[in-house]
Design a protein around this ligand. Structure first.
Ligand code: ADP
Ligand code: MG
Length: 373
């Protein structure tokens, strides 16, 4: 059972290459990987950080997957690829890219033409599976929003106003008035995402300053019909969420395990709430278990995904550079917390079938009552 549970939260680390600035800065890589073991020099041990050969102590972390010097495709094949069939079968799936600004979140999610990212590969595989399914017809609706300063904006339409979250009795938490496009092909979805990215509060002006504070949330809602009878199948919508999170810098706050002391602070509230939810979910066995989903827009939106009935992949991104030690250490600490989250998932079933059976029983009872009169 543990094995099945553990698979529902996969925590991966992705180490990007040293960048030009780091190389010019004579930064050196302080990270190495042995299978699922990540070994990092503990720079806290060095008074003079450049003098790292002086004394060496290492920190070791185990993760489900660790990627270094590999393509997005390899990352995809070993993480998110396993989520697509479940999502088509009515199970929620959620992918987070976590990490400080400049660590490779957007590269991992979107990638480049030569090295297409997780979003592209996921959507492509989803359509391939949908098109080759001879039993079912799928309908896929997509939405793409940004959460910036706790305000939700639609990225699929120009000049979107702010959107609110609402509790829907059948669909769970929904974004009221969000535009949903019926998706037909990978190219169409990617051009919507590309256009959406240009609308991020963020990318337009000072990318580093602003995009670091906004979360981009892409969601695909998948429903299915029987190809022959054309009836809607009783498996309720699966929801696939791909999330490029705000930069996790100021990560020292993750030290405050499970505490909610950040009200009113300037620090990204959604990211802190996510940290608090992850901490709480990791501590499930403890008394007074409470997950503060309501603390932010992001966590409210993902309530049915995060730790709920959902398969989750968290890809935490780090730089290998010695100058980034602090942020990388925080990211690894955060990701280690997420490893403790375990839960079971099941397909979202509509209750229609059950209701029909009940009504049939009632009718047949009434019939026999009438006949016996
Ligand atoms: P973030 O979204 O976390 O702020 P980016 O994805 O924009 O970071 O990455 C910062 C820079 O590093 C970009 O120029 C990007 O192309 C580069 N980069 C990130 N990850 C990789 C990688 N795995 N391979 C090559 N270049 C990368
Ligand atoms: Mg980015």
């Amino acid at each position: 059972m543990n094995e099945i549970d553990a698979k529902n939260m996969l925590v991966a680390i992705r180490i990007r290459p040293l960048n030009q600035k780091e190389i010019l800065n004579n930064d050196r890589s302080i990270v190495r990987v042995e299978d699922n073991l990540l070994i990092m020099l503990d720079m806290n041990d060095f008074e003079d950080r450049k003098n790292i050969l002086h004394r060496s102590r290492e920190k070791r972390y185990i993760f489900d997957k660790i990627f270094q010097d590999v393509s997005n495709e390899i990352v995809f094949m070993n993480t998110v690829s396993d989520l697509i069939q479940p999502a088509l079968s009515g199970i929620n799936a959620c992918v987070f890219a976590y990490g400080p600004t400049g660590s490779g979140k957007t590269y991992t999610m979107i990638g480049t033409t030569e090295d297409p990212g997780i979003a592209v590969l996921t959507i492509r595989e989803m359509f391939e599976k949908v098109q080759s399914d001879s039993d079912k017809i799928y309908e896929i609706k997509i939405s793409y929003v940004e959460i910036y300063n706790e305000a939700i904006r639609d990225l699929l339409i120009p000049n979107s106003g702010y959107l609110d979250l609402r509790d829907d009795p059948t669909r769970g938490v929904v974004i009221a008035g969000v535009s949903e496009f019926t998706a037909e092909s990978t190219e169409q979805v990617m051009s919507l995402i590309t256009a959406g990215n240009k609308r991020r509060t963020t990318e337009a002006t000072n990318a580093n300053q602003t995009s670091s504070r906004s979360h981009a949330v892409f969601q695909a809602m998948i429903s299915q019909r029987d190809r022959v009878t054309n009836t809607v199948l009783d498996v309720f919508q699966g929801k696939l969420s791909l999330i490029d999170l705000a930069g996790s810098e100021r990560g020292n706050v993750t030290e405050n395990r499970g505490m909610r002391l950040f009200e009113g602070s300037k620090i990204n509230r959604s990211l802190l709430a996510l940290a608090n939810c992850i901490n709480a979910l990791g501590d499930k066995s403890k008394k007074g278990f409470f997950v503060p989903y309501r603390d932010s827009k992001l966590t409210r939106m993902l309530k049915d995904s995060l730790g709920g009935n959902c398969k989750t992949v968290m890809i935490s991104n780090i730089s290998p550079a010695s100058s980034q030690f602090e942020e990388s250490a925080n990211t690894l600490k955060y990701a280690s917390r997420a490893k403790n989250i375990k839960y079971k998932v099941q397909a979202n079933k509509k209750l229609v079938a059950l209701h029909i059976t009940e009504y049939k029983n009632i009718i047949s009872d009434l019939r026999s009552e009438i006949e016996s009169l």
